[in-house]
Design a protein around this ligand. Structure first.
Ligand code: PRX
Length: 652
């Protein structure tokens, strides 16, 4: 990192958008933001009604909000087809021949789909799903690489009222089984494979392994991405069908039917503080309104922008800011299949240059990896088309913010640091690029309609610079509606701390200017490369291995990933520990969950530090992996020697 950047590291340093940017932006001044914010809080029905109206409804709602905490219904009585709002609407509004998706495959091929072409593909695939007997509210799993077909599959489900559940392509066969069982899926849409870092991810093979354990699935539709290059995939007669063969049998005409505003749109699994991922349920009208409005105001999407979000459709960022929000805005977007470092760390900047990307949205972990790779990668590309930058997924360290600002933004692109969650559906706290003064490291101010606050244990609001729990005090349109099939867990996880308020699970503080500084998760959830991972999930994967008696998993600060997974393992009886066993356990976690959950380090311990009542003291383990020693109070430990031994092991 350069000295110049270090010298900027001060919370007092404030960056304001240029006059030129503000003049053209949708929100041009703090006065305009404050006026609209006030209205959105005092009269949410009027504010959100105006936004929702722009989406084109088949039937207008009778009531904007019905709130019986913790259950919200938005745009009650309204009927909307989410796919129609994202695709068909643009054909009538003069965007038929505008590029909707400009796709680049990892090997280098490029493909553009106009809104008209996207419409044809989506209608055609909706007919494929109908022909396979998929009905409204049926659950359909999607396990695909980053190809336009992943978005087409999502939109086709939405079009016919089926509920999609996308699984990140990096998750394992076992993870697929858990999710299939939880949502009782009827069909699966996958690909023969996808390209990643020069290799092929065997998606269909993983699906086949999962379906040996979950037999209730009726239909698998396989998109051919790899073709003859990969190993031939096995197709089970009567269950597995090629996308292109089925598509050729049905028409490309389909009239979209309106569904209730509260019709379920998708379930997306995310990690919590238990071993079982939560199926976060989002519905139609409110979700689309939230993702639409945040794209419009936070990414300041304009007709001639080229927008690129580097997330995967398997995460909420890909749902809200690749599939739904940008398409609802009729923007042109870039979609890229592969890894940021293939063939080298110049790939992202090549893509920005090639397609003249103007709005770029990525994660702090990627920025840190780029810093490490060296400035010559961005320096040798023309990035002058960029006008706005965004980040998401974890707190951005000021060094990374400054590098992004100077090296990628050329010192004149506003940065929107967006705080939100799978549960919130859309961005909640973020600068508005045409008006909000930004500081490196803070997500700044709440978006319209978001009544965010920081509370102490007693429910009192914290003053400036006092740390507390981040809560949202009023319902918002894109909020989760429940955890699929588990209302009790929904109430207990999010609504138990303070009556009627949503607890985000994050610690935070505000500064004197009212900016929100997110500190991180308060529960046993790690943030690895911007992705949520429950420590309990990794622990239960470890103890499922035959040699493991007990395991404790904690996060260790990591230069690029933000946090890395570290595991302490006690093996059974006479089992001999070794580096080979540690490697086997790492791979085992990869098989049970996916590569992202593999521990960076595994330490073997004859026993784990516990209180006298038998509770593992993770606080000590966290401190130990972060600092190499334990300084805090250890008097409640049952056996203090355990922690001293571990300390010696880590110091070796
Ligand atoms: O801890 C916060 C962190 O990511 C969590 C949400 O993770 P997930 O549901 O996977 O969604 C990630 C993409 C929206 C939050 O509870 N987080 C997300 N964005 C930020 C952040 N922490 C700090 N600053 C952010 N901008």
């Amino acid at each position: 990192m350069s000295k110049k950047i270090e010298s900027h590291l001060s919370e007092e340093r404030v960056f304001k958008p240029s006059k030129d940017f503000s003049k053209k932006a949708r929100i041009k001044s703090m006065a305009q933001y404050k006026r609209m914010y006030r209205e959105s809080i005092d009269k949410p029905g009027i504010f959100w009604g105006r936004e929702a109206k722009e989406l084109g409804w088949q039937k207008k709602w009778t009531k904007a909000l019905e709130w019986k905490a913790p259950y919200a219904k938005w745009f009650v009585g309204g009927k909307i087809n989410v796919c129609e709002s994202c695709v068909d609407r643009h054909l009538k509004e003069g965007r038929a021949n505008k590029a909707a998706i400009i796709w680049e495959g990892e090997p280098g091929e490029s493909r553009t789909l106009t809104y008209r072409q996207l419409h044809r593909e989506v209608c055609n695939f909706a007919n494929v799903l109908l022909a396979k007997g998929i009905k409204s509210k049926d659950r359909v799993m999607i396990y695909m690489p980053m190809t336009p077909e992943a978005v087409i599959a999502m939109l086709a489900c939405a079009r016919i009222g089926a509920v999609h559940s996308v699984i990140f392509g990096g998750f394992s066969a076992d993870s697929i089984v858990d999710r299939l069982e939880d949502c009782q899926a009827k069909a699966m849409i996958t690909s023969d494979g996808g390209y990643r870092r020069g290799g092929v991810v065997p998606l269909k093979e993983n699906v086949d392994a999962a379906l040996k354990k979950y037999k209730a699935l009726e239909t698998v539709i396989v998109h051919q991405r790899i073709g003859e290059i990969g190993a031939p995939v096995k197709m089970k007669k009567g269950r597995d069908f090629w996308w292109h063969e089925e598509a050729a049998k049905v028409s490309s005409h389909h009239e979209p039917k309106g569904f209730d505003s509260e019709h379920p749109l998708f379930i997306l699994y995310t990690s919590g503080s238990t071993g079982k991922p939560k199926g976060i349920l989002h519905t139609s009208g409110g979700y689309l309104t939230g993702t639409y409005a945040t794209c419009k105001y936070i990414f300041d999407m304009q007709e001639d922008d080229v927008y690129w979000c580097t997330a995967d459709v398997g995460w909420i960022t890909g749902h809200s800011y690749i599939a739904y929000g940008p398409l609802a805005n009729g923007v042109t977007q870039v979609m890229y299949e592969g890894a940021p470092n293939h063939p080298d760390f110049g790939r992202f900047w090549d893509i920005v240059e090639k397609y003249s990307v103007s709005i770029f949205y990525t994660a702090p972990t990627a920025i840190r990896a780029f810093i490490k790779a060296g400035d010559h990668f961005p320096d040798s590309r023309d990035l002058s088309s960029l006008r706005l930058l965004g980040t998401v997924g974890e707190p951005i360290n000021p060094e990374a913010w400054m590098w992004y600002h100077e090296k990628i933004g050329g010192g004149n692109c506003p940065i929107v640091d967006t705080w939100w969650q799978t549960e919130t559906g859309a961005i909640m706290i973020s600068p508005l690029p045409g008006c909000t003064p930004t500081k490196p490291g803070t997500a700044t101010l709440p978006f319209f309609g978001v009544d965010a606050a920081i509370l102490d244990e007693t429910g009192e609001e914290c003053g400036p610079n006092e740390g507390g729990k981040l809560v949202i005090r009023k319902p918002w349109p894109s909020m989760l509606r429940s955890i699929y099939g588990d209302k009790k867990r929904y109430r207990e996880t999010y609504w138990n701390d303070y009556p009627g308020m949503y607890t985000a699970g994050d610690g935070a503080r505000t500064d004197k200017a009212g900016n929100f500084w997110i500190v991180g998760r308060l529960d046993d959830v790690l943030n690895v490369s911007g992705h949520r991972l429950g420590t309990a999930e990794v622990e239960s994967a470890l103890v499922a291995h035959k040699v493991v008696a007990e395991a404790a998993v904690v996060g260790r600060p990591h230069e690029i990933k933000g946090q890395a997974v570290v595991a302490f393992v006690t093996v059974k009886g006479e089992v001999k520990t070794s580096d080979t066993l540690a490697k086997e356990l790492r791979n085992h976690v990869g098989t049970v969950i996916g590569a992202i959950a593999k521990p960076d380090a595994i330490y073997f311990a004859p026993s784990l530090p516990k209180t006298r009542s038998g509770k593992i003291m993770r606080r000590l383990l966290k401190e130990l992996v972060a600092t190499g020693k334990v300084s805090g109070n250890v008097t409640t430990l049952e056996d203090q020697q355990v922690i001293l031994d571990l300390q010696a092991q880590l110091q070796q």
